[in-house]
Design a protein around this ligand. Structure first.
Ligand SMILES: [Zn+2]
Length: 255
């Protein structure tokens, strides 16, 4: 780190749990954010501010007037622009010393696998079930930790899956795609603006801990937030030994 970086990140470096070593690990890390919307906005801003060295931001959508109520990466004068490009601009304004790689495409399974493979941590900030399952499959395949968030109406969810650990479930252990799941999307449902901020920010916190190697990630726990009452509830989530995605895979392996 140069002098400017030592100053910029000094409030992290002052923390015993982080220090110069973990801050350097953050700078050397690559985070993949799938979705530059309500969750990806605060997550991306905090990862950029905190000095994740490379951020890959995936979104094939364009900024719309209805997004601006909560998607704080975007601006009024960028309506119609690609969200991944808009997000890149905002993050670089905040921290020009990092690299942002926008991916403006609807990623298929192969493309997703190639992006996940390059990442040290993945943040699922998307709004649909098929993408969540595809992201999870790639994370299990390449043993990359996954920080999953969801926000709809006043209800938020947060969980961390890290199949490098023997006791960690994967997303599919909790939400198997075999049974019909009612898909609720922000595109058509209401969502309380700061709820996406709370959950996306919590995703950033978990991703920084994983990339920096400090603290205790929320693995094996599903955190549920009722923002109307500001009440957090936690459920223990075990592995499903019969899971079609993660069962039988070598744990504590890196490939
Ligand atoms: Zn599983």
């Amino acid at each position: 780190m140069n002098d400017e970086q030592l100053l910029r990140y000094s409030r992290h470096i002052l923390l015993d749990e982080i220090g110069v070593e973990a801050q350097q690990r953050l700078l050397d890390s690559t985070a993949l954010i799938v979705g530059a919307g309500g969750l990806g906005s605060p997550a991306g801003l905090y990862l950029a501010a905190a000095g994740i060295g490379r951020i890959i931001l995936v979104d094939d959508d364009a900024v719309d007037l209805t997004n601006l109520q909560r998607q704080i990466l975007h601006r009024q004068d960028r309506i119609g622009e690609a969200k991944a490009e808009s997000g890149r601009r905002t993050m670089l304004e905040l921290n020009p010393g990092i690299r942002i790689e926008p991916v403006v495409e609807r990623v298929d399974e192969d493309r997703l696998a190639a992006l996940v493979r390059r990442a040290d941590v993945v943040l699922d900030c998307c709004d649909n079930f098929p993408t969540r399952q595809a992201v999870n499959r790639a994370c299990v395949r390449f043993a990359v930790p996954l920080v999953s968030g969801a926000a709809i109406r006043f209800d938020g969810q947060l969980a961390v899956y890290d199949t490098r650990r023997a006791d960690s479930p994967c997303y599919h252990c909790l939400f198997p795609d075999g049974k019909e799941v009612e898909e609720v999307r922000c595109a058509t449902m209401g969502v309380f603006a700061p709820l996406t901020g709370i959950i996306g920010t919590a995703q950033a916190a978990e991703a920084l801990k994983l990339a920096g190697g400090f603290g205790e990630p929320a693995i094996g726990r599903l955190l549920l937030l009722d923002a109307l009452r500001m009440h957090w509830h936690e459920i223990r989530v075990p592995r499903d030994p019969g899971c079609a995605v993660c069962a039988g895979r070598d744990r504590n392996a890196t490939g």
